[in-house]
Design a protein around this ligand. Structure first.
Ligand SMILES: *[C@@H]1O[C@H](CO)[C@@H](O)[C@H](O)[C@H]1NC(C)=O
Length: 312
């Protein structure tokens, strides 16, 4: 009997979204449209920043990194979600599950660190405008990006490498639309205390420190404006930080909503909706937030389009 219980599970079933069968096609079309919008919007930002010589500033290089990270982040979950909505027995092999967890954590946190670098960049731009180019040197920008990559690599490796030591018994149904680490831990029939401790402690540190750093940057920005309050100063903050602040609010708004709101009895539905928010909606909206509010990006788009017309 023990042997039978310890069957080796080689694949998991993803339950997917709690959608009625008659609405399946509608949601499929919706998610496909959102996925394509995410890909095209972020690609457009990346291409524009590569092509336009006016956008070679640290802020836009960070934005290109953010778009790249958003693009990859939506590629981690969306293709599988779309495929699963069409196939009758949505399953994912164990290795696929681990890969998805690794890249989900990686690109989720990479975006977070890029937002910190962008906040620091805005802080220097507002508080030390005269020294901006010397402080935000290409070397420092590259170091910040490389540091983010190294840190997130170790962080997601830590989470992923702790998973193979778990054993899974009979239950292999994940009530989610992607391999979510905590949903996977619930299925394990061995001791998951170490994993949970790491998620709580290291995950908490990795969520709180970037948030505090961003908060610190904006506190300094606001206090430097309040020293000499003027309409021009406030306008300057909104025009230079508005886009970044919107992205940060969207990012942390969903995370705070997910973890701090008390979950009702049908928490699976709430978890799924919140997960859709940060896997589908946030990466899709970031390029729009930046391009709609931003004169530089609009100008670059106009210049690129005009140059194309001129060429043909
Ligand atoms: C990320 O930022 C660094 C430093 O600013 C830059 O050199 C690099 O090209 C950017 N990477 C991407 C993918 O945009």
């Amino acid at each position: 009997i023990m042997k039978k219980n310890q069957t080796h599970i080689s694949e998991f079933l993803l339950l997917g979204l709690p959608i009625q069968p008659e609405h399946q096609n509608l949601f499929y079309a919706l998610f496909l449209a959102m996925y394509l919008t995410t890909i095209l919007g972020n690609l457009l930002i990346i291409v524009l920043i590569c092509l336009d010589s006016h956008l070679q500033t640290p802020m836009y290089l960070f934005l290109r990194n953010l778009s790249f990270s958003d693009l990859c982040f939506s590629c981690v979950t969306m293709p599988k979600l779309l495929q699963n909505m069409q196939s009758p027995g949505p399953s994912i092999p164990y290795a696929g599950c681990l890969t998805q967890i690794y890249f989900f954590i990686f690109f989720g946190h990479l975006g977070n660190f890029i937002l910190v670098a962008m906040a620091y960049d805005r802080y220097v731009a507002i508080c030390f405008p005269l020294h901006y180019t010397t402080i935000m040197s290409p070397k420092l920008c590259l170091s910040l990006v490389v540091f983010s990559w190294v840190l997130t690599t170790f962080y997601s490796l830590l989470h992923t490498l702790l998973l193979p030591r778990l054993s899974f018994c009979a239950d292999n149904v994940i009530p989610h639309f992607f391999c979510e680490i905590s949903a996977l831990l619930k299925l394990a029939c061995s001791d998951t205390r170490v994993n949970e401790l790491v998620i709580l402690v290291v995950g908490g540190i990795f969520a709180v420190i970037p948030f505090l750093l961003i908060l610190l940057s904006y506190t300094k920005i606001v206090s430097s404006i309040l020293k000499v309050p003027s309409a021009r100063g406030i306008y300057k903050v909104f025009s230079t930080c508005g886009s970044h602040l919107s992205v940060v609010s969207l990012f942390y708004g969903t995370i705070i909503g997910l973890y701090l709101c008390p979950s009702a009895n049908n928490s699976t539905v709430k978890d799924t909706v919140m997960a859709l928010m940060y896997t589908v909606v946030t990466p899709m909206l970031n390029p729009f937030i930046y391009s709609l509010r931003n004169r530089d990006i609009k100008g670059a788009l106009r210049r690129v389009l005009c140059r194309k017309k001129f060429l043909f």
